[in-house]
Ligand binder design. Structure first.
Ligand code: AMP
Ligand code: GLY
Length: 423
């Protein structure tokens, strides 16, 4: 197949590496990609969020399948235009992508579908905000209603901090005050063809910047998969996936279909395992980053067949995707200053030595070639991904590899998957 992957992060690199691992050889194009992606695909200088430009390119280049990585092209309507032209695309249209883009839309759909989630109140004014904080109580959860790259949320026990955070957004769209959901978080991805869903393997993401879940929220600093501790609580990963499919993914997909906005693409369920059951914290309309980097390397089935079946309405014909027993750990290397104001343009060294560690590969997020060599171009620079037979082995490999990489001011967490190593 000729496949075009839109985006330029480590998630897109992971998707491309999974396509390349298949027994069938594909011609893979990436727009705009990055220096790491350029080693594994033909990069195309195309604005991935420009519906007309993407559609014209896909048409001219005889692309058989477009895979949309990030949220921006979804919200810009890239999938709608491709679909109108009859080009198979994995990614929802603008209307269904509001499941991620608008927290208010997501809450409404969940309520209509009877999907368990926390209570949420909308506040337009400081007075409404104060009332909402009092009603739901501490810890306080305040969210901007729109795309904020995982940074529009604050979870705090300090009322003043919650108010200060909300005041950045009040005046524009309303802010959302949410019930605090207490329990471990799980990310579970579903492929959807608009009608049927198939679960992938669950992962856990580390959202905070520093060890011990300290510091600000980020786009994600690391991840691991599978989650061995699901066994005790649910009897196994398959049982857990069944439960979430039945109570969360299917009802939401049916609701969106009934509303005339079918969801074709990846439904990312961000879940909390509360004492009262599994509840939704958020949906995303795309693969998660960095979770994808630990889920896809374990996928046994050819990814292109799954994505094409979803894009063309044939998921019903396929069995549930299979995953290898291997343990996978991803550690994100971020620039100094991330997530606030990352310092970019710094030289990266030691990548070959890192990738030479057994079971390790790199997924590039923000890298480019410059006169000085390979340099960083953004906040999250790359992921070190390690596979092993146990989490002790994969974490040892990941940290051995990342220690070989030089990036002045670079930051990474040293406790990714530590809790499962002890488990
Ligand atoms: P979101 O952008 O909605 O994914 O939120 C980012 C992170 O904030 C989540 O992954 C959680 O760690 C935390 N968070 C968001 N909403 C809640 C909630 N209602 N209860 C507890 N933690 C939350
Ligand atoms: N890892 C969180 C996200 O992709 O939104």
């Amino acid at each position: 197949m000729r496949i075009l992957v839109l985006g330029s992060g480590a998630r897109e690199h992971a998707i491309i590496l999974a396509l390349r691992r298949e027994p069938t050889t594909h011609e893979i194009f990436a727009a705009p990609g990055n220096a790491g992606i350029a080693e594994d695909a033909t990069v195309v200088p195309l604005d991935p969020a420009d519906p007309a430009a993407v559609t014209a390119y896909a048409n001219d280049a005889n692309i058989d399948l477009v895979v949309i990585g990030p949220e921006a092209p979804l919200v810009a309507g890239v999938a709608d235009e491709l679909r109108e032209r009859g080009i198979p695309v994995f990614g929802p249209g603008r209307a269904a992508a509001q499941l991620e883009g608008s927290k208010a839309f997501a809450k409404r759909v969940m309520e209509a579908a009877g999907v368990p989630t926390g209570r949420a109140l909308r506040a337009h004014t400081p007075a409404e905000l104060a009332a909402a904080l009092d009603e739901l109580g501490a810890p306080y959860v305040v969210k901007a209603d729109g795309l904020a790259g995982g940074k529009g949320v604050i979870v705090t026990s300090e009322r003043d901090e919650a108010i200060a955070h909300a005041e950045q957004y009040l005046g524009g769209a309303p802010v959302l005050v949410e019930e605090y959901l207490d329990g471990p978080e799980v990310s579970l991805f579903f492929l959807s063809d608009g009608d049927h869903v198939l679960p992938l393997s669950p992962a856990q993401d580390y959202k905070r910047l520093r060890d011990g879940d300290e510091g600000p929220n980020t786009g994600g600093m690391g991840a691991y998969s599978p989650l061995p501790w699901l066994l005790e609580r649910f009897g196994g990963e398959a049982e857990f996936a069944d439960l979430v499919t039945r109570t969360i993914a299917e009802p939401v997909i049916r609701q969106l279909d009934a509303e005339g906005t079918p969801f074709i693409g990846l439904l990312y369920a961000g879940l909390v395992l509360t004492a009262q059951g599994v509840k939704v914290i958020e949906f995303n309309a795309r693969f998660g980053d960095p979770e994808t980097q630990v889920v896809l390397p374990r996928l046994v089935d050819p990814l292109s067949e799954l994505l094409l079946a979803a894009a063309s309405g044939h998921l019903e014909d396929l069995p549930r995707p299979e995953f290898a027993e291997a343990t996978a750990v991803a550690v994100v290397l971020a620039s100094r200053g991330y997530p606030g104001a990352p310092v970019t343009g710094r030289v990266l060294t030691g990548l070959d030595a890192a990738a030479a560690v057994d079971g390790v590969h790199l997924a590039h997020a923000a890298t480019a070639h410059a006169d000085e060599g390979l340099v960083s171009t953004g906040g999250r620079v790359l992921n070190v991904v390690a596979l092993g037979t146990t989490f002790a082995e994969s974490t040892r490999r990941a940290y051995q590899a990342i220690a070989a990489i030089g990036l002045e001011g670079g930051q990474y967490r040293t406790d990714i998957a530590a809790r499962v190593v002890e488990h």
